[in-house]
Design a protein around this ligand. Structure first.
Ligand SMILES: [Cu+2]
Length: 274
């Protein structure tokens, strides 16, 4: 004869139930603190909303699950034995299907309704008056380039890469003459769209502007564009969010967001490639 299952929690059922309730409550209370850095871009509001919505869904599920588990411990923990009544296969199917539908509607629905428009804008075509910046990531620096007066980026070639010419700009190309290269320092005008064109010279990097809620992997062999509108002037860190090698920690740059007039003045002062 099969041995009857004995109780698991015994007399400790009620203290365990309290722990079961307190842990998620403490987690949610800590999570309510504002963890995000102050927002400094237009599209970032949509990203923050998406993040808060998903955290709220996760918190509700965490609380609901722990309240139910705690209740079972509180109610039945002290019993000398627990008898199990197994569900029928049909009941199991029904109760598996129900949470799938609920989660799809609540969480995935939120992703589609809130997240998809932000995603579409982030990767979509940028307005005609956008400032375009070309960035080549390398171990362990951000090579930044503006097209200069002619508005056209000059030709580049990997064979021309050197210490003095880290982006491999071609001096024989007329469009390259007035290009404005910079290492680790990027200027942008406030309240004007900026299109960032990302390439990598070596390994996988990730272009990260935490205050602007902008993060994009930089993949060797690919050219990836994202665009955003900075809404605050000031200095912001450009970080690499990909563990890209031993010097990863020092792969930092600076984004300086200026007024339109200051930005134009800065562009005038930057030395051209040739
Ligand atoms: Cu990196």
């Amino acid at each position: 004869m099969a041995k009857e299952p004995t109780h698991i929690a015994g007399g400790a059922g009620r203290p365990l139930a309290v722990v079961m309730w307190l842990i998620p409550l403490a987690t949610v209370a800590v999570g309510m603190r504002g963890w995000l850095p102050p927002l400094a871009s237009e599209h970032g509001a949509g990203i923050d909303l998406m993040l808060r919505y998903l955290l709220l869904c996760a918190a509700a599920l965490l609380l609901a699950g722990h309240i139910a588990l705690g209740y079972i411990l509180w109610r039945f923990g002290g019993q000398p034995r627990v008898s199990f009544r197994m569900a029928t296969p049909k009941q199991e199917r029904t109760w598996s299907f129900f949470p799938i539908i609920l989660m799809t509607l609540i969480a995935e629905g939120g992703v589609f309704v809130i997240g998809l428009p932000v995603w579409g804008k982030y990767y979509g075509a940028s307005p005609a008056d956008s400032v375009v910046v070309d960035i080549v990531a390398e171990q362990f620096a951000w090579n930044i380039r503006y097209p200069g007066q002619d508005g056209v980026f000059g030709r580049t070639s990997p064979s021309l890469i050197s210490l003095d010419n880290p982006m491999g700009l071609d001096p024989s190309d007329a469009a390259a003459q007035d290009d404005l290269p910079s290492i680790g320092l990027m200027f942008l005008p406030v309240n004007r769209p900026a299109r960032i064109r990302l390439h990598s010279r070596d390994v996988l990097h990730s272009f990260f502007l935490p205050f602007h809620r902008l993060k994009q992997d930089v993949v060797p062999g690919m050219s990836i564009d994202v665009w955003f509108v900075p809404t605050q002037t000031g200095d912001y860190e450009i970080a690499c969010a990909e563990l890209c090698g031993f010097g990863h920690y020092q792969m930092r740059g600076l984004l300086r967001v200026l007024s339109e007039a200051d930005f134009e003045a800065e562009m005038q002062q930057m030395p051209t490639f040739q």
